[in-house]
Design a binder for this molecule. Structure first.
Ligand SMILES: *Cc1c(COP(=O)(O)O)cnc(C)c1O
Length: 304
């Protein structure tokens, strides 16, 4: 097992109840699992998805991890920081051409010792590109974008261990690659219903739901596709207003890429009679607040 005193402490993930007038009539209880609290940099679900990759990297005696992501990637910053802590090297392949000013995330990951290379979108999405990277950096352990893959799912299966003793009827989380929700579906009981809110614009038939179905035996889940706000990392006045209001009312900070869309969906669905009376709902706050650094200053009412 990988150990370092500065790695995330999953014991810090507490459960908080949300009180809102829209829940009272239907006697719905809404709890939030605050994975955002386990670490300031290796935030939320990224730690769970990463831990078994780190173990494999050490087991196979590789120099470090090579992985990919965008200029504000929560995954890249988690990899850079974790590798640095445990004495591994790291290489980050960044989607897009090198910008004239680096994002705060790119500055941070280099500070944490990650070697950074830029790949234009055409190259980044070319099917041969990953193969070439693996050949070129064969002494590194390759981790797919966002920690997508079986070790990532295995780690995410441990998230519900933090959910306490309450018998939740519904568990809701944001969906990017689908890795976290797949782990949650695998760990949920037969009586629990898992709901995913994709933050990408997806059709009813898509690779994310195919990936989930291929990696879980249970069918106790549904994806609700109407809350992407135009696509990945797209935002709107309505979304940012919701995030600010939610912070004032609940004192819970959200990011606009994942958890903002998730909680917007939860409150919308709860207010529209989507959940049966007396449902006990657990919402997974998967962290990722540093992604808010891509917003212009002053858009949000809290610091991140
Ligand atoms: C990466 C991320 C997700 C998406 O997780 P997947 O396993 O890719 O579906 C959700 N929330 C936050 C905050 C994230 O950083």
């Amino acid at each position: 097992m990988i150990r370092s005193p500065n790695l995330p402490d999953t014991g810090k993930a507490n459960i908080e109840s949300i009180h809102h007038y829209s829940l009272e009539n239907s006697k719905i209880s809404l709890d939030v699992l605050r994975l955002d609290k386990i670490h300031t940099i290796i935030s939320g679900n990224k730690w769970f998805k990463l831990k078994y990759y780190l173990e494999e990297c050490v087991t196979f005696q590789k120099k470090g991890i090579i992985t990919l992501g965008g200029a504000y990637s929560n995954h890249l910053i988690a990899v850079a920081y974790a590798c640095n802590l445990i004495g591994l090297s790291s290489i980050g392949i960044i989607r897009g051409e090198q910008p004239t000013t680096l994002s705060p995330t790119l500055i941070d990951i280099q500070k944490f010792g990650m070697q950074v290379e830029f790949a234009g979108r055409e190259m980044f999405y070319n099917s041969n590109f990953v193969y070439q990277l693996k050949q070129k950096y064969s002494d590194y352990f390759f981790v797919d974008e966002g920690g997508r893959g079986v070790p990532g799912i295995r780690g995410a299966e441990e998230i519900l261990q933090l959910a306490g003793k309450t018998e939740y009827t519904h568990i809701i989380c944001a969906v990017g690659t689908g890795t976290m929700i797949t782990g949650i579906i695998n760990a949920a009981t037969e009586r629990q219903w898992v709901i995913g809110i994709p933050v990408l614009k997806l059709g009813q038939k898509n690779t994310v739901s195919d990936y989930i179905l291929a990696n879980t035996k249970s069918q106790n889940f549904v994806l609700e596709y109407d809350f992407h706000f135009g696509g990945y990392a797209k935002s709107s006045k309505e979304l940012l207003h919701f995030i600010n209001l939610f912070y004032f009312e609940q004192n819970i900070p959200l990011d606009f890429v994942y958890t903002g869309k998730l909680f917007f969906a939860v409150m919308k669905l709860a207010g529209s009679g989507y959940f049966p009376k007396a449902s006990r709902i657990l919402v997974v706050h998967s962290g990722g607040l540093q992604g808010n650094r891509s917003l212009p200053a002053g858009k949000l009412a809290f610091c991140y």
